[in-house]
Design a protein around this ligand. Sequence first.
Ligand SMILES: [Zn+2]
Length: 255
Amino acid sequence: MTEPVRKASQREQARAILIVGALALRAAASCDAAVAEAPPLPPPRPADLIPAPEPKPALQPPAPAAPGAAAPTCLSRLVAEGAHAEAAPAPAPAGEGCKVETPIRLSSVTLADGDLVKLTGEPLLDCGFALVVADYVRLIVAPLGEAMLRAKITAIETGPGYECRSRDHIAGEKISAHAKGLALDIFAVDFADRRRVAVERQGGVDEQSYFRAMRSAACGWFTTVLGPGADAFHANHMHLDIESHGPSGSYRICE
Ligand SMILES: [Zn+2]
C-alpha cells in the first residue's frame, strides 16, 4: 500500500470509530475486504452459447398428495385453494385394480382474479391428483390462454376422469391410470369470446401456439402426457396422469 493511500485509510478508520464505534468499524472493514477480494464478473455469454432452458414450467408443480391421504384434509385444501369439488362415493369395484383412494368430483377451478373455469366432465378423480389438475388450470392453462389469445378461459372440456379399464382399452394391457382416478383427458378449451381450442385441431396460428405451449408445460406438471401424434388412441384428446414410470419413478412420458 502506498503512503498516501495508507494515510487516507487511517483517516477513514478514525472517522468511523468516532461515528459508530469499534465494533461497527470491524464489520465495515471485513465487508470492504470481501468486496476487494471478489473476482471480477466474467463477460456475458453470447446468446447462441446459452443452453436451451429445461422443458419445464418456471413454477414447480405441487407434489401429489399421497394416495390415501385423509379425505377431509385433501378436500379442504382443494376447496381452500379455490376449486369447487365435493367428496364422491367410491365407485363400485368393477374390475381388478380399479380403485380410487380418495374420490372427489371436480367441477370448476377459481382463478386468481375470482373467475371460474368449469370442467365440463365434472371428473371423478383421486383428490391428490385433483390438486395437481387444479394448479395446472390455475397457473398454466388459464393465464397462458389469456396472455396468448387475449381472452378469458371459461371452460375446459374433459372426460369423466375415473374409468375402470386397461390402458387404451386394450384387453390384457396394464390397468389404466384412469382406473385409479389418477388421469384426466382434455378435449378442448373454451374462451369467453366463443373461441374453442380443440386438442384435435386448432383453428389458427395463435391457437396452435397456445395448445403447443400448454401441452409442453403439462410435461413438467404431470408424469404422462399423450396427445395427437402419440398414437391413434390420443388423436382427439390430451391424456394427463401422475403415474410413476421406471424403477426410480422419475421417468416421464411426454408425447
Ligand atoms: Zn386418458
